[in-house]
Design a protein around this ligand. Structure first.
Ligand SMILES: Nc1ncnc2c1ncn2[C@@H]1O[C@H](COP(=O)(O)OP(=O)(O)OP(=O)(O)O)[C@@H](O)[C@H]1O
Ligand SMILES: [Mg+2]
Length: 385
């Protein structure tokens, strides 16, 4: 879709420039014809008895219509006359002449002067004159016109694009934030009631030291954690300096209990103790989502390596690699898009959320560092120190 717009824009631009070029060329030819006509008339003045009349017509009717500036001189450079050159009436003669000379230089750079030859009755050359001219303002304006027009169209397009992207992004933001807030809010009530029930059960002798209560307690803690995540997404999350390897290790420990024993986890950190600013509940969510995707891609058997190291400016880099089925090159751009999934029961929201959390809430970056079909995938996270 985007490239169609670009191609169309280039096409319109080229047609417009091409068309005006044609117009300019045509106008230039016409101006040349006129100026030659003018020169010829001047030349004939000395011989033909009617010439004065013709000169008058050319000077007063043809040239003003096209506003071609002309100045003519004799062969010694003495000014003989001019037309369509703007002169300040307040100027003295010297000032005016100086201006006209400068003007002649400019015209000479534009076009070669037309030479007029004067002859006596016997056809002997008695005098030369030179007609200097430059193209009319109209022609000059027309030459620049397509560029002015294209710049305006380009700026307008840019403006529309920016405004549109911005409004789309801010609308998406509102949906995310609103939905997350609402979810956290709705979960809050049953959870507090469950907590109360647990306390009640604990006080009952029948359930003292019972496994049921312990398991219930764990589930409630999990629900509480989920609520906490949603409420963090729905507000401006607080970032704190955390030990990244320790945070990731504890998330991994937690996940290990919940997934297939055939997945081997390795967490490396060099140097240890790397700290970055994160919101812990949200960052845990990121690691959990990435690990879940990794486990899915390996069909529950394989290795997940998490490498934590120092990046530029004390930033922290987290590389998470799996030995799964990989992402096809053509799909690399899609994985972060909402709704993109290759799973039967997937929502295609996991990586969208991960990207939002890293980009918007941590001012960081997440990319697919590398991916090879049937070898594995590595995601890289950049975190600000
Ligand atoms: N580690 C990975 N290896 C291979 N493919 C992956 C990996 N991570 C993500 N993908 C691909 O990207 C898609 C999108 O992932 P995402 O986490 O956004 O959604 P999902 O896992 O399909 O669904 P859910 O919303 O439940 O997380 C996946 O369906 C999968 O095709
Ligand atoms: Mg997922």
């Amino acid at each position: 879709m985007n490239w169609i717009v670009v191609v169309l824009a280039i096409l319109i631009g080229s047609v417009s420039i091409f068309y005006t070029r044609g117009l300019v060329q045509e106008l230039r030819e016409r101006e040349e014809i006129l100026i030659n006509l003018f020169a010829k008339t001047l030349e004939n003045t000395s011989n033909s008895p009617n010439a004065a009349e013709v000169t008058f017509e050319v000077r007063e009717i043809l040239l003003p219509n096209n506003l071609i500036p002309v100045i003519w001189t004799d062969d010694e450079g003495t000014l003989m006359g001019f037309k369509n050159v703007e002169i300040d009436p307040a100027w003295s003669d010297t000032e005016r002449n100086e201006f006209l000379r400068a003007e002649i230089e400019e015209m000479r750079a534009d076009n070669d002067p037309i030479t007029i030859t004067f002859r006596d009755e016997d056809g002997e050359i008695i005098d030369y004159q030179y007609v200097y001219y430059k193209n009319s303002d109209l022609l000059k304006k027309l030459e620049y016109y397509p560029y002015v027009q294209l710049s305006i169209i380009f700026l307008f397009g840019l403006f529309v694009f920016v405004a549109f992207t911005y409004s789309k992004a801010s609308e998406q933001n509102r949906v995310w934030v609103g939905l997350a807030k609402e979810t956290a809010h709705q979960l809050g009530t049953p959870i507090s009631s469950l907590i109360a029930w647990i306390e009640y059960l604990k006080s009952d002798e029948k359930f003292q030291n019972s496994e049921i209560v312990d398991e219930l307690q764990k589930d409630i803690e999990r629900l509480d954690m989920i609520t906490n995540r949603f409420s963090n997404i729905g507000s401006v999350p607080v970032l704190t300096h955390e030990d990244i390897p320790a945070t990731i290790s504890s998330t991994v420990e937690y996940l290990k209990k919940r997934i297939s024993k055939k997945v081997e986890f390795n967490v490396h950190a060099k140097p240890y103790n790397l700290r970055a600013r994160i919101n812990k509940p949200l960052f845990d969510w990121v690691i959990e989502n990435l690990c879940k995707n990794a486990v899915d891609s390996m069909g529950g058997i394989g290795k997940i390596d998490i490498n934590i190291k120092k990046g530029l400016d004390d930033n922290v880099i987290v590389d998470l690699s799996d030995t799964g089925k990989g992402i096809p090159k053509s799909r690399l751009r899609d994985v972060f898009a909402p709704g993109y999934t290759t799973k039967k029961r997937g929502w295609g929201l996991g990586l969208t959320l991960v990207k939002r959390i890293i980009d918007n809430y941590h001012d960081g970056k997440i990319i697919v560092l590398s991916s090879e079909i049937d070898k594995g995938t590595t995601f890289r996270i950049f975190l600000k120190a």
